[in-house]
Design a binder for this molecule. Structure first.
Ligand SMILES: NC(=O)c1ccc[n+]([C@@H]2O[C@H](COP(=O)([O-])OP(=O)(O)OC[C@H]3O[C@@H](n4cnc5c(N)ncnc54)[C@H](O)[C@@H]3O)[C@@H](O)[C@H]2O)c1
Length: 254
């Protein structure tokens, strides 16, 4: 197992789903973890899970739509642990499900704010810190398979996730020689509370229809995404930057 001993990782949206699992996996491999979430209760549950397994973590109440919160999150990591090595920008919401013609302007703005502006805010604070460290750092953004293709009734989400890939490539270009690598993961549909809220896992017909869009004919697990994030953070990926790594069971293999 790859070790992240004495490293420091920030995980946004670490209070649930993919973020929680990734935070736990980082801690299992020796990293100290900053669990950043607007849902402090969820974040505290993640910290408890990490501490019960003998790991080290703190929770920082963070709304990624706020540049001040994003900066405070990075400052908290540095204050608690002395530096910031890894950042997984994962916080996200599903947004409204409606055709473009019916999509509410307010809900459009809120999904763009969390899923796209939030990633920008966090990268701005994280990369500034990483550039100031001799050891650099590694950023992984959570896009989606819907950062590569469209999905009917999810225009806000799809636009934000495509935007995350543009941000990732731009940050990779700007940091080619600064010691900071920047990549994205693009998960297929993953079994988390997000899909329950979207009505996908609670409706068996819809679930089967979504599963069948993946060549493997199933949903992915949070651990399968966390494994990809940890690989991108590992030295084995030392020449990988600006990449949009699919973790999607063959969703796009058609
Ligand atoms: N579940 C999937 O099928 C799937 C597929 C591809 C990509 N993703 C992406 O993975 C990420 C995590 O999703 P998940 O499925 O684990 O969902 P989830 O709902 O289980 O977790 C999302 C977390 O983000 C937090 N969050 C929401 N808004 C926030 C804000 N403004 N500031 C800080 N934290 C905030 C929530 O409180 C929650 O803890 C999202 O970016 C999502 O778009 C999910």
């Amino acid at each position: 197992m790859v070790s992240f001993d004495r490293a420091v990782a920030v995980v946004t949206g670490g209070g649930s789903g993919i973020g929680r699992t990734t935070a736990v996996e980082f801690a299992d491999r020796g990293a100290s973890v900053v669990v950043a979430d607007v849902d402090v209760e969820g974040g505290e549950e993640t910290v408890t899970e990490i501490e019960d397994a003998g790991g080290d973590a703190i929770v920082v109440e963070t709304d990624v739509t706020s540049p001040a919160d994003a900066q405070a999150m990075v400052d908290a990591a540095v204050e608690a642990y002395g530096r910031l090595d890894y950042a997984f920008n994962n916080a996200g919401i599903g947004g409204e499900q409606a055709p473009i013609t019916d999509y509410s302007a307010q809900k459009w703005q809120s999904v763009i704010d969390v899923n796209l502006v939030g990633v920008f805010n966090c990268m701005q604070a994280e990369i500034s810190r990483m550039q100031d460290q001799d050891t650099g750092g590694i950023v992984v953004n959570n896009s989606s398979v819907l950062g590569k293709v469209g999905f009917e009734t999810s225009s806000g989400y799809v636009a934000a996730k495509h935007g995350v890939l543009g941000l990732t490539k731009t940050a990779a270009l700007e940091n080619g020689e600064t010691g900071v690598r920047v990549n994205a993961v693009c998960p297929g549909f993953i079994e988390t509370p997000l899909l329950v809220e979207g009505g996908i896992t609670s409706d068996s017909e819809m679930r089967e229809q979504i599963e069948s869009r993946h060549a493997m004919n199933r949903l992915g697990t949070p651990t399968e995404v966390a494994n990809a994030v940890l690989w991108l953070c590992n030295d084995d990926a030392s020449f990988v930057t600006g990449e949009a790594l699919g973790v999607e069971g063959g969703y796009l293999s058609q």
